[in-house]
Design a protein around this ligand. Structure first.
Ligand SMILES: [Zn+2]
Length: 504
């Protein structure tokens, strides 16, 4: 009878059970793995053989056949080393392992140690939901798995330790459930930013309604600091959101000394980033920056410097909140819902619209500069503002600025209103409203309508542009706790689209 050991692999964030069937028979000694075994599995043979020998256990001189089922599932995970080794050794040691309730995950080093792996959090979580009661994991992944309840987790350091445990010769302390405390500390705070009232207000609206925002201005006006301060006014992640974000970081292998990521991510990739780096993909499904920014902020500094095809590819995750990566060998999808913050100079020389330095660009050069970014992508920024220099008299003024905590309270209130409003829809923030949902929740008085008709003529607004103004004005009204969208709200929202003519 072949022995059966359970394990699992990930496709995206989805956990799939894998059965490791091991058969040892008499015959010429050999070691074969079948069942869509990828390169990593072939290498597993060498690791498993050495790890067993270096644990001072004899490697069986038999004809060994390993079948990984189901056959149609891609299994390029080195975490299958441990279940393969246990399967081989269960002949010798007669382990009593119930494949329905116990699972094993771990890559083996040649000396028999169990190495830290990736994606342990979603794997263990998935196994628990599939009804498993016990799981063996690498010791170094203990912390990230400690936020999962209702499954016994055995963190092991070596293959020998697992064998001894299964033989009843030693104990392994199951990991304890731990839930981290939220610590509100941020690197930046709004109170240290001098002046820039318009930009701060625009960021507050962006945070409240989840609106993408583009900061345009000459070099050195503090666009980067403004963007970096945005996380400090966003509400904390809920437990579900934190769990989701942590799973992504677990798959990416980016969890350090935290068990649960509780701060909203802020990702700031350099403009030389590749398509796979930003969106994900590559020969092995790599997690892209758009997914690492999930539930947080993706900040692209110097937007026109990014490769155009890379920027264009952002449109799909912006619309769908997910990124789908298709390659010849696999298709995976990762969540990617973020606030996009872009910053750029207004022109090639950088000083168009500046009060102190003259712009040396010709109108042709300015247009060319803006054409580095496509109209449809620019259109996805609900808010676009000019960030100018701080007036000299404000630089040394010691006026007391509002701090991030005060602003965050207003943002949280506005988010609650939206949560309540969209209870029956599948969205959370105003920025996610479709034209149909806008009609349902953004009632406009006759006065408001005639105000907007005027604006459409003046600004030659597209319908899409008009929808974006209404969405932003809905957020402004929510910040004021006003049920109706008033002309003031619309007028303010229009002011954040002021660069329309300049861009198109
Ligand atoms: Zn210029």
């Amino acid at each position: 009878m072949p022995s059966k050991i359970s394990s699992a692999v990930l496709v995206g964030l989805e956990c799939y059970k894998v059965e490791v069937e091991v058969d040892l028979s008499l015959g010429v000694p050999s070691f074969n793995i079948v069942g869509l075994a990828e390169q990593a599995i072939q290498e597993a043979k060498e690791r498993v053989r050495s790890a067993i020998r270096n644990s001072n256990i004899e490697f069986p001189l038999r004809k060994i056949t390993i079948n990984l089922a189901p056959a149609d599932l891609r299994k390029d995970s080195s975490l299958l080393d441990l279940p393969i080794a246990i399967g081989i050794l269960s002949y010798q040691f007669n382990f009593n392992i119930d494949p329905e309730s116990i699972a094993f995950l771990g890559e083996l080093a040649l000396d028999g140690r169990i190495r830290k792996g990736r994606g342990l959090l979603p794997l263990v979580w998935g196994l628990k939901n599939k009804g498993f009661r016990k799981v063996f994991i690498p010791k170094e992944n203990e912390l990230e798995c400690s936020i999962i309840k209702d499954i016994e987790i055995y963190p092991a350091e070596t293959l020998k330790q697992v064998i001894d445990f299964l033989m009843g010769n030693t104990t392994i302390k199951p990991s304890e459930f731990k839930f981290p405390k939220y610590n509100f500390s941020f690197d930046e705070d709004f109170s240290i930013i001098k002046g820039q009232e318009v930009a701060k207000r625009a960021l507050e609206i962006s945070a409240a309604g989840g609106h993408n925002i583009l900061l345009i201005g000459p070099p050195g006006t503090g666009k980067t600091l403004l963007a970096r301060s945005l996380p400090s006014i966003l509400p904390p992640l809920t437990y579900e959101e934190a769990f989701e974000v942590t799973q992504i970081y677990s798959v990416a292998g980016l969890l350090n000394d935290e068990s649960l990521i509780i701060k909203r991510p802020f990702r700031n990739p350099h403009h030389t980033i590749s398509y796979a780096g930003l969106l994900g993909g590559g020969s092995k499904p790599q997690v892209g920056e758009v997914s690492l920014a999930h539930r947080g902020i993706l900040f692209l500094d110097e937007l026109p410097e990014f490769r155009r095809d890379v920027l264009e590819a952002l449109r799909q995750p912006i619309e769908e909140g997910r990124v789908i990566i298709s390659r010849a060998k696999y298709t995976v999808s990762y969540p990617a819902q973020f606030i996009l913050v872009g910053s750029m100079n207004p022109c090639k020389c950088g000083y168009f619209g500046d009060k102190e330095k003259d712009c040396t660009c010709s109108p042709y050069e300015i247009r060319n500069y803006w054409h580095k970014i496509s109209g449809p992508l620019l259109d996805r920024f609900d808010i676009r503002i000019y960030v100018g220099r701080v007036e000299k008299e404000k630089i040394f003024q010691n006026e007391k600025n509002e701090n991030s905590e005060e602003i965050r309270k207003r943002v949280e209130k506005a988010r609650k209103i939206q949560e309540e409003r969209f209870k029956k829809e599948k969205i959370f923030t105003n920025s996610q409203m479709t034209p149909k949902i806008i009609k349902k929740y953004c009632f406009l008085s006759d006065d408001a309508k005639s105000f907007l008709t005027n604006i459409i003529d003046k600004m030659k607004l597209s319908l899409r542009g008009l929808d974006r103004i209404i969405k932003v004005s809905r957020t402004i009204a929510d910040l004021e706790e006003s049920e109706n969208i008033k002309i003031d709200h619309l007028a303010e929202a229009v002011s954040y689209r002021g660069l329309e003519d300049f861009i198109l």
